[in-house]
Design a protein around this ligand. Structure first.
Ligand SMILES: Cc1ncc(COP(=O)(O)O)c(C=O)c1O
Length: 301
């Protein structure tokens, strides 16, 4: 087994930057004991964030759902992120943020007044290789067995881990999840279907995460007059779809070309990335090339 670096060398833990090897937390951290925490993954291209502020707003929403106070104002988050990127040499980087409720005697009720644990690390942004956009991925359909608060980006991810494990064991790249017969999302990405030129997007409710990439794609589609419906999408429609895509901050938008061992799509596009995907990918690339400046601040500390 080749040993890969765990992450880029410098991390941030509770107010200090340090080598990953020196970062230590208590085993009584409620993040470790209960998965009692939230996280974010923010993509940066040449130091410029793709909707970093939106990610930080979602972090706030996730913290609110768990009744954990946000330890930092947004300016401080941006400052810490800016410094972390700088100390890891810049470039295309995925910044991982985790906030847990903190350290306490092991007991279920969350105690008041704990000091949150704040951890940030950086990884090279490993967006998929060009071949993947050409060839697409294979998925299996599974019943969505996760909890009913999938809109919270919680670190308790065992449901997703086991579903992903099941797809790997089935020889697939990813899962397409259904709850009560309707499409939800994938293990760590959103899903859209295309039928007769119309992009079909499941609504943002408690059953899926409001993906920043997903919301951007919807925005780009609307701005460019691509037909789009936000509504529940039945399993039957997914099975008959002309196209399926997954979307996330690290995958961007990737076509699903095979579902349950059958090619997605029809005619000459069966089992191949479809025309609407290609349009969307071009729009996304265009957006990425011209990323609006966001206020990633230099270290104030
Ligand atoms: C369950 C789930 N859905 C969707 C997404 C995509 O979200 P984003 O586009 O903000 O990365 C993620 C990302 O990790 C996820 O874990």
């Amino acid at each position: 087994m080749t040993t890969q670096p765990l992450c880029l060398p410098t991390v941030y833990l509770n107010g200090a930057y340090m080598p990953i090897e020196e970062a230590k937390i208590s085993p009584l951290d409620r993040g470790f004991i209960f998965g009692d925490g939230v996280y974010e993954v923010i993509p940066f291209y040449a130091g410029r964030g793709l909707r970093a502020v939106e990610h930080l707003k979602r972090l706030q929403r996730s913290l609110d759902e768990l009744d954990i106070a946000n330890p930092y104002p947004i300016e401080k988050w941006l400052s810490v992120i800016g410094t972390l990127i700088e100390r890891n040499g810049g470039g295309d980087i995925a910044v991982y943020i985790q906030v847990t409720r903190g350290v306490a005697k092991r007991d279920f009720p969350p105690p008041q007044g704990l000091t949150q644990t704040v951890f940030l690390m950086a990884n090279k942004l490993a967006t998929p290789k060009p071949e993947l956009y050409e060839n697409g991925i294979a998925c299996v359909s599974l019943d969505d067995s996760r909890w009913l608060r999938c809109h919270v980006k919680a670190t308790a991810l065992l449901g997703a881990v086991l579903l992903k494990h099941e797809s790997t064991q089935a020889g697939a790249d990813e899962v397409v999840l259904f709850r009560d017969g309707y499409l939800t999302e994938s293990s760590a990405s959103n899903i859209a279907a295309v039928k007769d030129g119309v992009i079909l997007c499941p609504p943002l409710d408690n059953l899926i995460l409001a993906g920043i990439t997903y919301e951007l794609m919807i925005e780009l589609a609307r701005k460019n007059h691509l037909p789009l419906e936000v509504r529940r999408v039945h399993r039957r429609e997914v099975k008959k779809a002309d196209e399926l895509w997954i979307m996330s901050s690290t995958k961007e938008v990737v076509p699903i070309v095979k579902l349950d061992d059958k090619p997605v799509g029809h005619g000459e596009n069966a089992g191949r990335p479809g025309p609407v995907f290609k349009q969307m990918r071009a729009l996304f690339n265009d957006y990425k090339r011209n990323l609006p400046a966001e206020p990633v601040l230099k270290a104030a500390e």
